[in-house]
Design a binder for this molecule. Structure first.
Ligand code: AMP
Ligand code: FES
Ligand code: ZN
Length: 296
């Protein structure tokens, strides 16, 4: 690991990753040993590894898989669900499965084809549905925190995108942990300081079977383009990606922004349809989207 000037054998690597994860969980006040964690598991290497690590660290961590109904590629959703269920069964872990089509009548590709948002790309519809369902299940089932498998490459790419457009609102919200309030679940990203290739190595060394294929709709996406740019930078300057992210976190702690929505959260309204908190009065974006879809 050139970025850390560190080389480890398999045995020590498989100890180092959970040790570091435990350190980040404490450092950023993500959750305590007695809290109930809901891990959002997609069947990919990051979220399955996260579930594996939390379990090895002794946390009470159940899984949540959201079926998106993506049949494209190798049958992306069915295969990722199969691998998630397999992991849960092999490790004796509790997994909740929610299927968007069964729950609301439309799969993500179908919703996307209705051109309700996202200019023909399913990712915007998909992101909205995932966020809504993750919050709903975490809240309804009484979990203290929702954990996702975002790694450093994900976080650095989002940070890069938000920086070149100076999207202050998104920059303000980009943190390893977002405290919950008023019906919003606390959200934590315990892997946010690990490079993607470090998670690939962990999953492989642990023998975790995960879906290799990326979501078929992510091909050509801006976030993949940003990841490639940052990888070029990283190749020339090992550690640049980590530095970019950590220096941003430091700068925000030092008062980069005058306001902090966590310390002074904006007033929220409740969606009259689903009861989840929203920024504006009236239905939340998810329920508005579903209502439009049902009228078509
Ligand atoms: P992505 O938005 O696909 O980059 O995924 C980021 C994180 O969201 C993953 O590491 C998972 O924790 C979670 N996630 C993505 N897709 C799903 C899914 N279908 N079901 C549950 N969690 C998911
Ligand atoms: Fe949602 Fe690809 S995972 S569009
Ligand atoms: Zn709603």
């Amino acid at each position: 690991m050139r970025q850390h000037k560190l080389a480890l054998c398999k045995e020590h690597y498989l100890e180092w990753i959970p040790e570091q994860t435990a350190r980040f969980i404490k450092k950023y006040w993500m959750f305590g040993p007695d809290e109930k964690v809901l891990v959002a598991v997609s069947g990919g290497k990051d979220s399955l590894s996260l579930w594996d690590i939390l379990q090895r660290l002794g946390y009470q961590a159940d899984g949540l898989y959201i079926g998106l109904g993506i049949d494209e590629g190798i049958g992306y959703s069915a295969e990722s669900q199969r691998l998630t269920v397999k992991f849960a069964e092999e490790h004796g872990l509790k997994l909740h499965i929610v299927d968007v089509q069964k729950e609301y009548g439309h799969s993500i590709p179908v919703l996307s084809n209705m051109s309700l948002r996202g200019h023909g790309r399913p990712c915007s519809v998909c992101g909205l549905a995932k966020r809504h369902e993750m919050n709903r299940i975490a809240y309804e089932l009484g979990y203290d925190v929702l954990a996702t498998g975002h790694n450093l490459d994900d976080e650095a790419a989002v940070l890069f995108g938000n920086t070149i457009s100076w999207s202050k609102e998104y920059l303000l919200r980009q943190k390893p942990v977002l405290q919950g309030h008023d019906g919003l679940a606390r959200k934590a990203k315990p892997l946010c300081r690990f490079y993607e290739k470090e998670m690939t190595a962990y999953a492989m060394l642990r023998g975790i079977e995960y879906i290799y294929e990326e979501c078929p709709f992510s091909v050509g996406s801006t976030s993949i383009y940003y990841k490639e740019l940052l990888n070029q930078l990283e190749n020339e300057r090992p550690g640049a990606k980590l530095n970019f992210y950590l220096k941003f976190l430091e700068a925000r702690e030092d008062g980069l922004f005058a306001s902090d929505p966590e310390k002074d959260p904006p007033p929220l309204f409740l969606c009259p349809t689903c009861g989840q908190p929203t920024m504006y009065e009236g239905q939340c974006s998810f329920c508005r989207m579903m209502e439009k879809a049902n009228q078509k």
